[in-house]
Design a protein around this ligand. Structure first.
Ligand code: CAO
Length: 555
């Protein structure tokens, strides 16, 4: 078996290009024409294919290496006679004819290269390529264009390249847009000419392309052609020509992203110099599919945490105000948790026909019991909180009024025979809702203990997804802070939520006299699609009865 060196083919005018991706490793079996590495200049990126089939024995390049024509990429043990250096008909970039040599007739690019007047700019000879896709348009009608300034970027499955203007002038009419496919000779743009002729380098490079195209078919591989076209598109320096805005990725990654419909400019590149790799595209796709991330297009359609622009709801646009006009400001991006919970709250606030009932519960005796229990249990380290009693009381009310422990599923109501209670926890990163499971089976002490542990985990940012899912009802307590009543937002797909505020001593009429009683304000928000107002009033009244005499929980 012969060992063959695979070398960088003729890459036109490029002195040195950088290796930005290694697509094979030692031990891999490669086919003839399979891409081995990706190289990149400031104007083009291209994949270098193998000239032979076989097994990779040695890699001679590393990421970041500079290579040029003739540099050895790797050593392959050829797979028998059949796979001797890729024969005619297949591609063979390593034997590409010297690109710059031939003095072929000047190609299509230029219409009469003279004087002023309309000038047609056409796609130069791009060899064997058919239907290359326009992936970026860098100019617009009205722009002044210089000779050699890049007009568009096109892409095949093996290379992306910029097509420059053969003339200077003012762009009158642009004939292509992103997504169009173009071929040799296609009209790209019409310029109003201002200078006399196409610049020599372009003409020379274009001639090189023509030479390549007129060479035997075997040499006109995508890579070689890409190199030649890149030579057309590779002036030493073109002010104003820019690849800015084009995501940094190899052609195959671009193609991969396009097939999946992934907006490449939204993908974070983790390759060298921030280049986007296939792994990055896959990670992005997984995140979008799992709901952990959104594309900009999705975010624009869905109401975002900050309100989106309301267009999806047919609302007038969100007011855009330059606050700095009125005084000093500081802008801070919202954290991840706030963004996620904001989007959920907005959906729930908009989509649920929610009503809130306010009521008071007399917790005088319960609070006395709580205080004495805590005294007795001082040594245990577990402090019983009012919220733990509320959870137990709510489970009793949910059992009596099962529609409060249900969810809507299309036209059906799903009643749950388990009682997992979520509680809103205020954390430095935003609101979180840990869930205590099977509260019907747990005592107040155990609930207090679990609540303390979960609240700590929430504040430390250590809650796992399983600890935040599966709730059948939620309680949001602001009792430790203050306030009288509020209107909590239902945590879909639940159908009700209880808001609790700070208890205060109030004079309560007992039929004969006013008595000082500790009253707890309750605010119950419920989904009117599932629950009626009368049921909500009964639920609150029942809850009040339990809280005023906790023995009822046992009934
Ligand atoms: N009335 C009067 N006092 C109350 C009370 C009430 N309803 N509820 C709690 N308190 C008291 C407690 O007894 C405690 O007092 P002591 O320290 O003297 O014993 C103090 O307030 C602090 O309680 P706490 O907040 O630490 O404990 P908790 O069990 O009441 O609440 C938790 C735990 C995690 C729910 C709470 O810390 C929290 O994060 N609350 C905010 C929830 C929230 O943000 N809701 C809004 C959601 S909508 O945006």
């Amino acid at each position: 078996m012969a060992l063959l060196e695979v070398k960088v083919p003729d890459i036109g005018d490029f002195d040195e290009v950088t290796v930005i991706e290694l697509m094979v490793k030692v031990g891999d079996t490669v086919k003839a024409d399979q891409s081995l590495i990706t190289v990149e200049s400031d104007k083009a990126s291209m994949e270098i294919p193998s000239s032979t089939a076989g097994v990779v024995k040695e890699l001679r390049v590393n990421l970041g290496d500079k290579v040029k024509e003739g540099s050895v990429v790797l050593v392959v043990e050829a797979a028998g006679a059949a796979a001797a250096p890729a024969a005619a008909g297949a591609s063979a970039p390593v034997v590409a004819a010297p690109v710059a040599a031939a003095a072929a007739p000047a190609p299509v690019a230029a219409a009469p290269a003279a004087a002023s007047g309309p000038i047609e700019i056409r796609v130069p000879d791009i060899g064997d390529f058919k239907d290359v896709v326009v992936i970026e348009v860098m100019v617009k009608a009205g722009d002044s264009v210089k000779v050699e300034q890049s007009l568009i970027t096109v892409e095949s499955d093996k290379a992306s390249m910029e097509i420059p203007s053969s003339h200077a002038g003012v762009l009158k009419d642009l004939k292509v847009k992103v997504g169009d496919t173009v071929n040799i000779g296609d009209l790209l743009a019409i310029l109003e000419g201002t200078v006399s002729a196409a610049a020599a380098p372009v003409a020379a490079a274009a001639a090189a392309v023509a030479a390549l195209a007129s060479a035997p078919a075997a040499v006109a591989t995508p890579t070689a052609v890409a190199a030649a076209v890149a030579a057309v598109a590779a002036p030493a320096h073109v002010p104003g020509a820019s690849t800015l805005g084009l995501p940094h990725a190899s052609p195959s990654v671009r193609k991969f992203a396009r097939e999946l419909g992934v907006p490449l400019d939204e993908v974070k590149g983790n390759g060298p110099k921030g280049r986007i790799t296939q792994d990055d595209v896959q990670t992005f796709t997984k995140a979008v599919m799992s709901g952990a991330a959104q594309t900009k297009a999705q975010a624009a359609k869905a109401p975002a945490a900050s309100g989106g622009d309301g267009a999806a709801l047919g609302l007038i646009p969100w007011p855009k105000v330059d606050f700095a006009k009125f005084g000093p400001i500081e802008r801070k991006e919202m954290g991840r948790i706030k963004k996620i919970s904001g989007a959920n709250l907005l959906r729930n606030a908009i989509m649920i026909p929610a009503v809130t009932n306010h009521d008071d519960a007399d917790i005088t005796d319960l609070e006395a019991f709580r205080v004495s229990t805590n005294k007795e249990n001082e040594k245990s380290g577990v402090k019983v909180t009012m919220l733990a009693f509320l959870i137990k009381a709510c489970v009793a009310a949910l059992k009596k009024y099962p529609e409060f422990n249900s969810s809507l599923d299309g036209d059906a109501i799903v009643y749950k025979n388990y009682w997992h209670i979520g509680f809103a926890a205020d954390t430095p990163n935003g609101l979180m809702v840990p869930v205590i499971r099977d509260c019907d089976k747990k005592g107040v002490l155990q609930i207090s203990q679990e609540m303390g542990e979960l609240a700590k985990k929430a504040r430390d940012g250590k809650l796992g997804p399983a600890e935040m899912t599966g709730a059948t009802f939620t309680i949001s307590s602001l009792g430790g802070i203050g306030g009288k009543y509020f209107t909590p937002i239902i945590n879909a797909p639940e159908v009700a939520i209880l808001g609790v505020c700070k208890s205060t001593m109030e004079p309560v009429w007992d039929g004969k006299a006013f008595q000082p009683r500790l009253m707890l304000p309750l605010s119950l928000t419920w989904d009117h699609r599932v629950i009626d107002g009368a049921a909500a009033a009964r639920f609150n009244a029942f809850l009040g009865q339990i809280l005023s005499d906790f023995r009822r929980v046992l009934l």
